[in-house]
Write a protein that binds this ligand. Sequence first.
Ligand SMILES: Cc1cc2nc3c(=O)[nH]c(=O)nc-3n(C[C@H](O)[C@H](O)[C@H](O)COP(=O)(O)OP(=O)(O)OC[C@H]3O[C@@H](n4cnc5c(N)ncnc54)[C@H](O)[C@@H]3O)c2cc1C
Length: 476
Amino acid sequence: MAQIETDYLIIGAGASGLAFADTLLDELPDAHITLVDRHGKPGGHWNDAYSFVNLHQPSAFYGVNSMPLGNNRIDTVGTNRGFHELASGAEISGYFNNVMNQKLLPSGRVSYHPMSDWQGGEGAALAGRIVSILSGVQTTVAVRRKLVNAAYASPRVPSTHTPKFSVGEGVRVVPPNALVQLWQGQGPRPSQFVIVGAGKTAMDVGVWLLNCGARADAIQWVMPRDSWLINRASTQPGMEFFHQSIGGQAAQMEALAQATSVQDLFHRLEAAGQMLRIDAQQEPTMFHYATISQGEVALLRQITRVVRMGHLQAIEPAQMVLAQGTVRVEPGTLFIDCTASAVEPRPVLPIFQGSQIVLQLVRAPLPTFSAALAAYVEAHYPDDATKNRLCTTVPFPDGVEGYPASVAVSMSNQFKWSQDKALRQWVRNSRLDGFGKMVSEVPESDTEKMAILARFKQSAQAAMANMPRLMGARAG
Ligand SMILES: Cc1cc2nc3c(=O)[nH]c(=O)nc-3n(C[C@H](O)[C@H](O)[C@H](O)COP(=O)(O)OP(=O)(O)OC[C@H]3O[C@@H](n4cnc5c(N)ncnc54)[C@H](O)[C@@H]3O)c2cc1C
């Protein structure tokens, strides 16, 4: 059996593993890194995505720290018109391929094992095996420094998950990936579409169907929960968006400072243009940091046949069985499964655990910024207590109630980074941060922008003071 040694063994060459490797390579010039992944290409779940997927957030601050993604272009057409470009799935895959082949491997300090399974030893053991999925060939690995679990927070996607509802004989259920093949089918085209699921993937499918000519009245949408959505207008980097983005953050802090309950908080955020919802008559209970434009919301509002009867349990040839009743379906209906939960709740763990690092968010909702910052901290700070203090894990909200805690930990981390000169500098210069550089470059003579920053600072303190009340309060 072949044997190798490495300093850092990273399980997962998805966005998190690559962002961690990229920064570690730059910050620890003597370290050797090995990446192992079951997928045949870098990029993790982006390899399994539907072909019409896009980032929800600007490309400008996604990916690895050292390599830009996209051209900082402002879109002039489509539902993202007026905003920074959003990389398509194909662009993201190509980008991560470039990260591997133009940065990591040419360094001579990185090895990559695609189509391979990591089989670790017991517990936090620093030895294990890389097993090739195609040949079964095994390589034993001795890890000199740390094992990095970059797969702990890995999302589930429709094309690789098994839906929880049962499917009767002859019922046609597909993942979103199959939609783009519909033009090829020999048989009859679907007469009706049912989108199953209420997350961003379901929204992408709704927008795609409408843009590709499906009639709105031919679409039904099974939506167990309504969701609050981040207004993409408030996520734009660049001075020209300062009022929207930083002014939006100040408004967010004011809402956090003044809200009397979580429900009140989201209503205040909606009034301030920070949050959107598809149906203004519904009170959303879901919040997963999905980001959307008002153009997409306007399109999705055309779908009026929304089924709010709880989770789908079974699809029978003539009806859907839901938690709260049944709904008749026509023959020839195509069901599109969008029920994979990209952000399945997982226990919050310390990131630095002796010989292991378990990558999780240190700022919500930015997994690649979080992984890169964890690598910087790993390279420059002495012990786990210090590292975990700087990188407290941010809990990902499963519903609206989880939002205040998620913001509170993100803010408290940000405060700790601001108190450490080197880390403050790194964050400010990181392309993954989005806003830090822009904020630091506001000239003092620009009184209007300085006033926004002062508003932000002032209300951030009041927001933190109000957090215990919001974290204790139930929605409503
Ligand atoms: C549709 C969609 C859109 C999104 N848009 C955005 C966005 O705009 N902005 C944003 O920040 N985030 C977005 N996300 C979140 C996204 O999940 C993260 O940005 C990121 O891609 C997650 O990467 P990851 O490396 O954590 O997980 P993954 O991509 O799942 O990578 C983990 C890898 O680990 C490998 N692995 C696991 N166990 C083993 C093992 N034992 N041996 C070998 N390999 C193993 C898996 O094969 C996988 O490739 C989106 C997610 C989805 C689903």
